[in-house]
Design a protein around this ligand. Structure first.
Ligand code: GRF
Length: 210
């Protein structure tokens, strides 16, 4: 009997290096799934070009065409649903979607955050702000977190985390670069576990089944 592969939708806003890591893992059959759609809120996101190179369908959904965040969320959610997407991966997506999205993809949407949650997360903690806050704090370690998306901001159940050292003399750029290369390993791994049905969520804890 042939099984229908998991369909992934990826939401992006920028360079898409995490998208690239996911594409590579799918192409190498490390993840048993297919990427059905890449959606961006920015017309010029390089992530769209990356997807286009592999003939992955792309969609630019302009927030300006919608009266509010709720209408915008509904448009994106409906696009994903209509394509039969079973997992949504937020990969540098700089828009906050409303609970309509979460209700349609309960424990079926993931995000990657460039720090060790629950530290250095929440409102305003994105991009360089995260690394600035880590450097200011004097923390010896940062890292990245893949988590399920819930109604809060960076509060969903944590799937995988990896520590990355903060080195003397680090700048936002050197730290961000060190963390990003770890993200590229961690995000595909979390998706691989999801696609293989190996993630079990018990309250806030995500257990990895053998
Ligand atoms: C990454 O640092 C990720 O942790 C954060 O946004 C950035 C996206 O980078 N959520 P890219 O577009 O995947 O290169």
């Amino acid at each position: 009997m042939k099984t229908i592969p998991l369909k992934i939708g990826v939401l992006v806003s920028g360079g898409g290096s995490n998208l690239q890591a996911i594409i590579d893992a799918v192409r190498r059959h490390r993840i048993k799934a297919e990427i059905s759609i890449v959606i961006s809120n920015k017309a010029d996101a390089y992530a769209l070009t990356r997807a286009g190179k592999y003939r992955i369908p792309t969609l630019y959904v302009d927030p300006k065409n919608y009266k509010d965040r709720e209408a915008y969320t509904r448009a994106i959610t409906d696009e994903l649903k209509n394509r039969g997407v079973g997992l949504v991966c937020l990969a540098g997506f700089m828009c906050i979607l409303t609970s309509y999205f979460i209700k349609n993809f309960p424990l079926q949407a993931m995000n990657i955050h460039p720090a060790l949650l629950p530290a250095f997360g929440g409102a305003g903690m994105y991009g360089h702000h995260v690394h600035e806050a880590v450097l200011r704090s004097g923390a010896k370690y940062s890292g990245c977190t893949v988590h399920f998306v819930d109604e809060g901001c960076d509060t969903g159940p944590i799937i995988l985390q990896q520590m990355v050292p903060v080195k003397d003399g680090d700048t936002v750029d050197t730290l961000a670069k060190r963390i990003l290369s770890v993200e590229h390993r961690l995000y595909p791994l979390a998706i691989k576990y999801f696609a293989a049905g190996k993630l079990q969520v018990v309250g806030k804890r995500v257990c990895l089944l053998k």
